[in-house]
Design a protein around this ligand. Structure first.
Ligand SMILES: Nc1ncnc2c1ncn2[C@@H]1O[C@H](COP(=O)(O)OP(=O)(O)OP(=O)(O)O)[C@@H](O)[C@H]1O
Length: 260
């Protein structure tokens, strides 16, 4: 397996009320090239902190994270980040938003156009390319954010609850859309969610974290075929894995001697 992202004894301690708080302690995790890994766990177990360390937005206080075997020292164009809040520029159209990163990367106008159009089409926003974000639904805005992240051609996509603000139906549609995009444009994806069904439906592997201290509790393989379809979602095998992840998340016993 070629590792794309490697967390090596990654730890992060925050000072809370004058005392150290172990948001993450010794996380070891390898994510293979082109793998889709989802991360679930109880609130506060350090999911966002882990993703932000990979994004280069938070520094680890111990250990490190490697991307393409190089230690992460800050944000970089090879790692696209998508948050729950869409973070689009409200005064730019869909097309201008998608082209923005390419402009920064000094990609020529014609190539910028071509690449932006490709990803706008891929996420199903062809008819809305000239619309402003406020004219779009939540799901469409998030699709625009996904197109924008893909357009700059990052090897890694880091997604923090990207569908958390969407209604249940839109959310399921977005999952299919994301998998279709990932199917044709393979990238390594690390995807955080609170939704166990979503975690299983999308992933090659589900990482279940535990809190106090934040750590990897269990890594569960999702041995289901792609493309994932409704038939997969309704299969007994899906239920079996979902139930296993559910138990791992909700029936965690606190670590012996853990005080925080
Ligand atoms: N800048 C900070 N200063 C102090 N504590 C922090 C800071 N950032 C995160 N924490 C703490 O670290 C822990 C992990 O936070 P994090 O946001 O990574 O968890 P999470 O698993 O993503 O939570 P949620 O599922 O609720 O979004 C939390 O207890 C949080 O309060």
């Amino acid at each position: 397996m070629t590792e794309k992202i490697s967390f090596r004894s990654t730890s992060r301690t925050f000072e809370v009320g004058g005392k150290p708080f172990h948001a993450l302690q010794n996380v070891d995790l390898d994510i293979a090239d082109c793998e889709f890994v989802t991360v679930v766990g109880p609130s506060g177990c350090g999911k966002s902190t882990l993703l932000n360390i990979a994004a280069g937005l938070v520094e680890p206080t111990g250990g490190e994270v490697l991307v393409d075997s190089r230690p992460v020292r800050g944000p970089g164009p090879e790692r696209g980040v998508i948050f729950q809040q869409y973070a689009l520029f409200p005064w730019l159209t869909v097309r201008q938003n998608v082209e923005f990163g390419l402009q920064i990367a000094k990609v020529g106008r014609a190539e910028r156009r071509r690449r932006a159009q490709h990803f706008i089409d891929l996420v199903g926003l062809t008819d809305f390319a000239d619309a402003l974000p406020r004219m779009l639904s939540g799901g469409m805005r998030q699709r625009c954010a996904i197109a924008r992240a893909y357009a700059v051609d990052p090897g890694v996509l880091l997604m923090d609850e990207p569908f958390g603000a969407l209604d249940a139906l839109t959310r399921v549609q977005m999952q299919d859309q994301l998998l279709a995009t990932w199917g044709s444009e393979r990238r390594t994806v690390m995807f955080i969610t609170h939704d166990v069904d979503e975690a299983v439906y999308l992933a090659n592997r589900v990482v279940v974290m535990a809190a106090r201290p934040g750590r990897v509790h269990e890594v569960i393989d999702v041995d289901l075929p792609y493309p994932r379809t409704e038939a997969v979602r309704l299969s007994p095998e899906f239920s079996r894995i979902r139930n296993r992840v559910w138990r791992a998340v909700y029936h965690q016993t606190p670590q012996e001697g853990a005080s925080q």
